[in-house]
Design a protein around this ligand. Structure first.
Ligand SMILES: [Zn+2]
Ligand SMILES: [Zn+2]
Length: 213
């Protein structure tokens, strides 16, 4: 092979390679083929494109945040709602389960605080009664004790609700069939759709209530 032909071949190979690189690659399955490849967020380079099916699987199996956001660049996806009207009861069921768990946690916390209060009363009852003038106003003393216990229980319940909130949501996501939800809230391609109307506030509200936005 002469020099010129060799150079030509190298050139061709080079352009072949670069054309492979130009072809969008799915950031999840790393495949370059397949249709319905979208650019859903602000990620660039090899992270830019993703198969819609790969992304929807990711959205339905990861934490709530991943449903409507890129977990890399944290950009919110442009979503289009396609919600059938007959699925409201699934949402209701989900929300009832979440409320039930929070209520159970709240009662457990209240019980623990009550037991601790009784323990304190057992050891420091005399001092407390003297300090808060039990002899003069016995009812006020009891009312105050109950109020204090309720308040502390409420506060702790509140903190634990914040800590466990995401967990509780995740526990019940299977009720919603998140895979279905990804079809109801479709991610738009940022490259192709320039002027997509913003998601309706009622839909955003719903997603927030489900812990998905
Ligand atoms: Zn893929
Ligand atoms: Zn991104």
């Amino acid at each position: 092979m002469d020099r010129e032909a060799l150079e030509r071949e190298i050139e061709e190979r080079g352009s072949e390679e670069s054309s492979v690189q130009d072809q969008p690659q799915c950031r999840i399955c790393l495949d370059t083929g397949g249709d319905d490849m979208i650019a859903p967020c602000h990620c660039r380079g090899t992270q830019k494109y993703v198969h819609r099916s790969c992304l929807d699987h990711w959205r339905s199996t990861k934490e709530g945040f991943a449903f409507a956001h890129c977990t890399e660049c944290r950009a919110v996806f442009v979503l289009r709602a396609n919600v059938p009207p007959d699925r409201w009861w699934l949402r209701l069921k989900f929300q009832l389960l979440v409320v039930r768990d929070h209520t159970v946690i709240f009662f457990i916390v209240q019980l623990v605080v009550m037991m601790l209060a009784m323990l304190v009363y057992k050891f420091y009852g005399e001092e407390l009664r003297e300090m808060f003038e039990y002899e003069d106003h016995p009812y006020a003393f009891y009312a105050m004790s109950i109020m204090a216990v309720l308040l502390v229980g409420l506060l702790y319940g509140f903190f634990i609700a914040i800590i466990c909130g995401q967990r509780i949501h995740e526990r019940h996501y299977h009720v919603l069939a998140k895979q279905e939800l990804t079809k109801e809230y479709i991610v738009e391609d940022r490259e192709k759709s320039e002027s997509i109307p913003e998601l309706d506030s009622s839909h955003i509200m719903e997603l927030r209530m489900l812990g998905l936005y």
